[in-house]
Structures are given as C-alpha cells and as structure tokens.
Design a protein around this ligand. Structure first.
Ligand code: MN
Length: 191
C-alpha cells in the first residue's frame, strides 16, 4: 500500500473512533458511501481529491491532515525537492503531500498542483470560512469563481472564498503549475 493511502486509512479510522461515528453515520456526514469508506479504511482504494475533501469537510478537518503522516514538520527545515515530491495532478487522481501541511499555529496548508492540458476539476464548497490563494507559477489556467471562469497567467494570483462551488481547468496546450494556500477560519466553538 502506498504510504499516502496508509496515512489516509489511519486518519479516517482515528477520526471515526474519536467521534464514535459508525460507517453509516460517517457516510451521512461526509456524503461518501459506506462501501467506499470501508475500502479507504482498509487501504484498498486510493481516494480522489474530491472524496478526500468530502471526508475532510464532514470531519471539519483540513485536507492535508488526512494525507500527512503524524510526524511534525520542523520549522527552519528546507523541504526538498518540492517539484519532485510534492507535485501532483490537479485532476481527480490521488493526492500528494502538501508543501506545508496544515498547522494549527498558522491556520493554513500549501500545495503545489500541476494542471495538465485539458484537465478540469470542479470542487464542492469547502467548509465555512475556507479561503484559497492561487498563485500561478507557470503556464496559464482558469479558475471558476462566482460562476465565472477567470484566466490567470504565469505570475498572477488571486484569493477567493472557497466555501462555495469552484473549479480549476487548463484549456491551453501546456501544463500549468500553481500553488494553492488554503486558509481555514478558526472554529470558535465546537459542539
Ligand atoms: Mn478547493
């Protein structure tokens, strides 16, 4: 089993135990089928980014906290090689580790995505108060924000509320690379 799938399986099991949620309850809270949740927990399935977001939103977690191993990322450590270890397709395939995983001290996580030509990924709203910051490193891409596709060229950046439907696509002939800083509003009170 791939390390990343092991991490996801472990985190999902832990979260269910902590909350004392059955598979039925988890399916209701996340919108992911019981069968799929079981497969993910047994490491028999590589969840897509869309599925992971559903799980993260249902459990009120950041995306990266489902993906990462539990070991802490140290400050003042060079993370390398960013382009090899962290790149992954921003289509709906399996995810890769964040450059900076979510850390409660800072409230954000940062990913690098490669958007291949012709790829389009639509995203359900993330939980309330989630803001994305997209910075295009190379190539040209489009973002669906407030129902409109906006073109962003290399070097351009935008911040948008991601607690609404949004999307990413690449209509050009070259891959686009972008960074995504995902900021989570603090949960002030939990029931
Ligand atoms: Mn998103």
């Amino acid at each position: 089993m791939q390390e990343i799938n092991q991490n996801i399986a472990k985190h999902l099991k832990q979260q269910r135990q902590q909350k004392n949620w059955s598979l039925d309850r988890t399916a209701n809270e996340t919108g992911v089928s019981k069968a799929m949740l079981g497969q993910i927990e047994r490491g028999e399935s590589s969840p897509t980014i869309t599925t992971l977001w559903k799980i993260a939103t249902g459990f009120q977690l950041s995306l990266s906290s489902l993906i990462e191993s539990s070991k802490e990322q140290n400050d003042s450590t060079v993370i390398r090689p960013v382009l090899e270890q962290h790149k992954y397709l921003a289509d709906d395939k399996a995810p890769a580790p964040a450059i900076f995983p979510y850390d409660d001290r800072f409230g954000f996580e940062m990913f690098e995505f490669i958007l291949e030509p012709g790829v389009e990924r639509l995203s359900d709203p993330h939980r309330s108060g989630v803001t994305e910051h997209v910075i295009v490193i190379s190539g040209t891409m489009e973002l669906l924000i407030d129902g409109q596709w906006l073109t962003l060229a290399s070097g351009e950046a935008i911040r948008f509320s991601a607690d609404q439907s949004h999307g990413y696509r690449n209509l050009s002939e070259q891959a686009a690379v972008f960074h995504n800083i995902i900021h989570y509003a603090k949960v002030v009170s939990e029931v």
